[in-house]
Every structure is written in structure tokens, then in C-alpha cells.
Design a binder for this molecule. Structure first.
Ligand code: AMP
Length: 430
């Protein structure tokens, strides 16, 4: 046998195998339904954009731009980046296609792959999928609350239970510069108690020190001044009304005065949603499912009009991994509740039409058309844990009837074949 190279997925990349597609499809379907309900239109932007878009938009001092971009030079000499996040591309599209001339707010959503040169580990990949929602042209904190509520509802619809929403306000160009100064003044005398990366950050971007997960930096952070004590009147009012909206919507939020998020463009509201309090990845970094906030200066910064905006994104692989490990899909409507067993050729022929009738009636039904033995088929029905098995044998085909077997008691009833869908609906409702 000739020996060739043994190909494997490249570091940080992963296949989404057939058995995992069900989680992804379920996520897309919940997202599409909710987007429709909340009036969001779908947009798709290219995977490749001008690298400068992220340098300006995401921010030159962020981890994403400094360390994580996959860059490539075209034959024509252009420097492009594989998109590491959605927001700058959607902002570009909003301006490029004149969407500021449409009635505002413009609500857009998308999903698809992103690329970041990460240190790969569980829940952290170099290619991963996100769901992303953005709203342009609305200043009110009601929109921020709606975005938080939407992501919370998406996760609830996917059967997540102990969700925690962390919120904060990081001010705006009025109040943040003063807070940054205050923070630098606090950090400078303590710089030798910080990691080397944070020592550098004090000068370049002191807010990022609050984001560091090194234990020694956390200890310093715990004493640091909090931005919410230094918000200007406008940001204070905005944050107050956001919290009122969240209270009104009965959302389980927690105020984290040190939440800043890793990106430069946020103004006022920032938030993250966790599967439970203190969820962390292998490197001790918080393992958020979703995160976002307001970015009132970004459209203008990227060459557009002065348009306020707010948005958020959620990580699809992280959501799917929890759905799989906690069996959240089994608890939903995806599992078969009925098994259709057949005995003999003429019964097999009839099951094809019957299966179609059951599908139209939305009754999730499994079968084993390839198996002839009734014992083997009942064994499979048992394994699947269905509530009812329909048995169509030679005698039933002649009588135009079918047997409904209740799996937990073994009780069997014979009903007219034409009535079986209605009969099943009645029993499944109970
Ligand atoms: P971010 O764009 O960094 O705010 O991330 C938003 C969400 O995307 C996070 O809460 C994660 O669920 C997910 N996410 C971010 N980075 C990765 C990654 N490298 N691999 C998998 N999921 C990620």
C-alpha cells in the first residue's frame, strides 16, 4: 500500500459531524423565528474584508486585531482579513448601501463562520460560528434591553435554564476619558503587582486591565475605581433606564462594575450572558455564551453618518456543546414519540404513505423499513423510548386496521387505518 500524508483538520479548526448537525439546525431555526418576530432582516457579508476595517473598527489595541487576525495579501497587493467578528462588516454594509436613508431603526441579523488565531481549547476555536444581531438608528436603552432579551429568549427556547446576564455601562466620550485617567492613576503605583501584559496596557488601554483573568491582576482590579461611579449625567440616565427595562422584563441580570468587554468601540451598555455564574474556560477566562453592547460612535468612525447603534453576538459551538452535554434536544420536540413497525411486503408498502401522513400531522415518527423481524423492530422502538408503536401486519392490511401499542404498559388497541393519525393525536396530547 502506498503511504501518503495523513491529513487532519488544521489546528483550531473542527468538523461539525452529522450527529451534531441537529443542534446547529435547531439553533438556526430558533434564531430565524425570533428574528422574524422582532422585525430583523437577514444580511450576509463577505468572509474577507479590508484588514483596515477591523483595525479601525474593532480597534488596533484589541487582542483580536493585535494577535488574532488571519491576514492575507492578494496578488494585487491588498491586505485582507478573514472576518474575526461581524459588527464592522455590517456597519460597512449599512453605510455602503445607504441604509441610513431607510426608516430607522434598521434591524439586521446574520450568522456564519468567524476566524480568530486563538489558543485552541474546549469552547475556543480558530474557526467558529456566531449569531449576530445589530440595530442602527436608535439611542434608547429600550433597544439594548430588547437585544438582551432576544439573546436570553434564544437560549431559553433552546432549553437553557440557569442563565446569568452580566451588565455594565462603560460610559462615552464625555465621561470615559476621565475614568481612564483615574484608572491609570490607580494602576500605575500598583504596576508591579500586575502581569507584564497589563503593565503595558496601563499606558495604551487601561480598561483592558479590568478584562485580564490573571489572578494577580484580578486582585488589583477588585480595589480599582468603578466606572459607574463616574458616568456623566446622560450615561447615568441611559444605564438607569436600561436596568428599569430589564427589571420590567423580569430578566435575571447582575451588575458587574468591571465588565468592559475586549473591544474598543463600545459606549454605554455592555453585557454578557453566561450558562451559570462563574462559568470559565480551560484558561480561567469567563466562558460567555453571548455578549454585546452599544456602539454609538462606530458608524461615523468607519466613514458613515453619526448613527447610534447597538448589537450582540452568541457563539454557536458553545451553545451546541451545552445542548449536547445536557441532552437539551432530547427534552425538546426533536425526538420520535412514535415508532412505525411493519410485517410483510404489503404492510411495508402501506407504511410509506402512512409515514407521510404522520409527518404532515407533525408527529415525529421513527421506523426501520429495512428490518423485517417484528422483534427487532420492537427492540428498536424500546431503545428509542417512544411512547407508542404502530404495528401493521398482514392481518391488519387485509382489515384496513392498525395496532397502537402503548409502550409503557404494553396495552394494545386496534383502530381503523384511516383514523390512526387522529387517534394518535388524541393520545399524544394526554
Ligand atoms: P465576542 O465576539 O468575542 O464578544 O464573542 C461572542 C461570543 O462568541 C462569545 O460569548 C462566545 O460564545 C463566542 N466565541 C468567541 N470567541 C470564540 C472562539 N474562539 N471559539 C468559539 N466561540 C467563540
Amino acid at each position: 500500500m502506498p503511504k501518503g500524508p495523513k491529513f487532519q483538520t488544521v489546528t483550531g479548526m473542527h468538523d461539525i459531524l452529522p450527529e451534531d448537525q441537529q443542534y446547529i439546525s435547531k439553533i438556526w431555526s430558533v434564531v430565524n423565528d425570533l428574528a422574524k418576530f422582532y422585525g430583523f432582516s437577514k444580511i450576509d457579508t463577505p468572509v474577507l474584508e479590508d484588514a483596515l476595517l477591523y483595525e479601525k473598527g474593532t480597534g488596533a489595541g484589541t487582542d483580536i486585531v493585535e494577535k488574532q487576525m488571519f491576514l492575507l495579501k492578494t496578488k494585487g497587493g491588498d491586505l485582507l482579513a478573514l472576518r474575526p467578528e461581524f459588527t464592522p462588516g455590517i456597519v460597512r454594509a449599512y453605510t455602503e448601501h445607504g441604509m441610513m436613508n431607510l426608516p430607522q431603526p434598521v434591524k439586521l441579523y446574520t450568522y456564519g463562520p468567524l476566524f480568530r488565531y486563538e489558543h485552541p481549547q474546549a469552547g475556543r476555536f480558530r474557526q467558529f460560528n456566531q449569531i449576530d444581531f445589530e440595530v442602527f438608528g436608535e439611542q434608547s436603552s429600550a433597544i439594548d434591553a430588547q437585544i438582551i432579551q432576544m439573546f436570553y429568549t434564544i437560549l431559553k427556547e433552546l432549553k437553557f435554564t440557569h442563565l446569568i446576564i452580566e451588565v455594565n455601562s462603560i460610559g462615552d466620550s464625555q465621561c470615559r476619558p476621565y475614568y481612564k485617567k483615574l484608572l491609570s492613576n490607580f494602576l500605575r503605583p500598583r504596576q508591579y503587582s500586575l502581569c507584564s501584559e497589563c503593565r503595558r496596557r496601563i499606558k495604551e488601554n487601561p480598561l483592558r486591565v479590568l478584562d485580564c483573568k490573571e489572578e494577580k491582576c484580578q486582585r488589583v482590579k477588585a480595589q480599582a475605581p468603578q466606572i459607574i461611579d463616574h458616568l456623566c449625567e446622560e450615561c447615568k440616565m441611559h444605564f438607569k433606564s436600561l436596568l428599569e427595562f430589564l427589571d420590567e422584563a423580569d430578566l435575571p441580570y447582575h451588575l458587574d462594575p468591571y465588565l468592559v468587554r475586549g473591544l474598543d468601540y463600545y459606549t454605554k451598555t455592555v453585557f454578557e450572558i453566561f450558562p451559570e455564574r462563574g462559568a470559565e474556560d480551560g484558561e480561567g477566562r469567563p466562558s460567555a455564551l453571548a455578549g454585546g453592547g452599544r456602539f454609538d460612535s462606530l458608524v461615523k468612525l468607519l466613514g458613515g453618518r453619526d448613527v447610534p447603534a447597538s448589537g450582540a453576538a452568541a457563539g454557536v459551538e458553545r451553545i451546541a456543546a451545552i445542548m449536547r452535554s445536557k441532552g437539551l434536544l432530547q427534552a425538546s420536540e426533536n425526538t420520535a414519540r412514535v415508532f412505525l413497525a411493519q410485517l410483510g411486503d404489503s404492510a411495508k408498502k402501506k407504511t410509506v404513505k402512512l409515514l407521510e401522513d404522520l409527518r404532515k400531522a407533525n408527529i415525529n415518527t421513527a421506523e426501520s423499513l429495512g428490518r423485517d423481524s417484528l422483534r427487532a423492530q420492537l427492540g428498536r422502538a424500546d431503545k428509542l423510548g417512544v411512547e407508542f408503536t404502530l404495528i401493521l401486519g398482514q392481518k391488519e392490511v387485509l382489515d384496513n386496521t392498525i395496532v397502537i401499542r402503548k409502550m409503557d404498559t404494553g396495552a394494545q388497541e386496534t383502530v381503523k387505518l384511516d383514523h390512526v393519525v387522529e387517534e394518535l393525536k388524541k393520545r399524544l396530547r394526554k
